[in-house]
Design a protein around this ligand. Structure first.
Ligand code: HEC
Ligand code: HEC
Length: 202
């Protein structure tokens, strides 16, 4: 699919800067602090996990459980990824926990990005109807262990939603059902409406 190629191209640009660091820093380092380990993530995820986008998500201020689960999911292949599988495999579970402890305390900084104002109200009502029960407070709430949607980079959300829709990434059965129902009722523009709503929260 086209979006995979575009995503890969955007990420390769980032890789040139940070892949070497990620490998060397994760090898032979035992007992390294979360802060030390997190330096290797900054090239793509920004200082303290606040990504300057657009292909790498912001990873600050997520919940600890979500952070650990998604990192282990990348490593095992349960969560599909373009590069995080290789990166996650470079760390022990303890190192992943140490990084989680570091990043969850940092603020989630909403991305400064453009969005389609005419779709925001529709996105807000679709969110309330189909997503709010598990992505509370308009998708800002981290502690329901489902990531943070509000203020996340739109290209990242677009790719991630496409992965769920294609059932390439497996989410809760109820989430797949809500997405299917929404797409049947409202059509393709519903996804862009949600993305505009999340991007409008700055
Ligand atoms: C070369 C760029 C790059 C580097 C370096 C990198 N990441 Fe990522 N990260 C990504 C991309 C891109 C994604 C989206 C998944 C994918 O396609 O691989 C992602 C996704 C994630 C996610 C999931 C976020 C969510 O909301 O679900 C976490 C957590 C994460 N990275 C943590 C880290 C940590 C911790 C490090 C440092 C050890 C790191 N990443 C290094 C590019 C990078
Ligand atoms: C039944 C609860 C539930 C519902 C309803 C739900 N989600 Fe989720 N969602 C989750 C959980 C749990 C995760 C964590 C990751 C996983 O399980 O794949 C998640 C993850 C996500 C992610 C990935 C976050 C990231 O940082 O990568 C996106 C995007 C997402 N959901 C969007 C939506 C949208 C849009 C809706 C409404 C159409 C929705 N979800 C409805 C529970 C739900």
């Amino acid at each position: 699919m086209v979006y995979k190629k575009v995503k890969a191209a955007l990420i390769v640009a980032g890789l040139a800067f940070c892949a070497t660091g990620a490998v060397s820093a994760s090898q032979g380092m035992t007992g390294a602090s979360g802060a030390m380990l997190s330096h290797t993530c900054a090239g793509c995820h920004g200082t303290d996990g606040a990504s300057v986008g657009p292909a790498s998500p912001t990873i600050a201020g997520l919940s600890r459980d979500y952070f650990i689960e998604v990192m282990l999911g990348f490593a095992s292949g349960d969560v599909p990824s373009t590069i995080m599988d290789r990166i996650a495999l470079g760390y022990s579970e303890e190192e992943i926990e140490a990084m989680a402890d570091f990043f969850v305390k940092k603020p989630f900084v909403p991305a400064k990005q453009e969005f389609d104002q005419s779709l925001v109200d529709l996105g807000a009502s679709l969110h309330d109807r189909h997503c709010e029960r598990c992505h509370a407070d308009g998708g800002t709430f981290a502690d329901d262990d489902a990531g943070v949607l509000a203020g996340q980079w739109s290209p990242y959300l677009r790719w991630t939603l496409a992965d769920y829709r294609a059932e390439y990434r497996e989410g809760p059965a109820r989430m797949h059902r809500e997405m299917r129902e929404m797409l049947e009722r409202e059509g393709e523009k519903s996804l862009e409406a949600l993305i505009s709503y999340y991007a409008s929260q700055q």
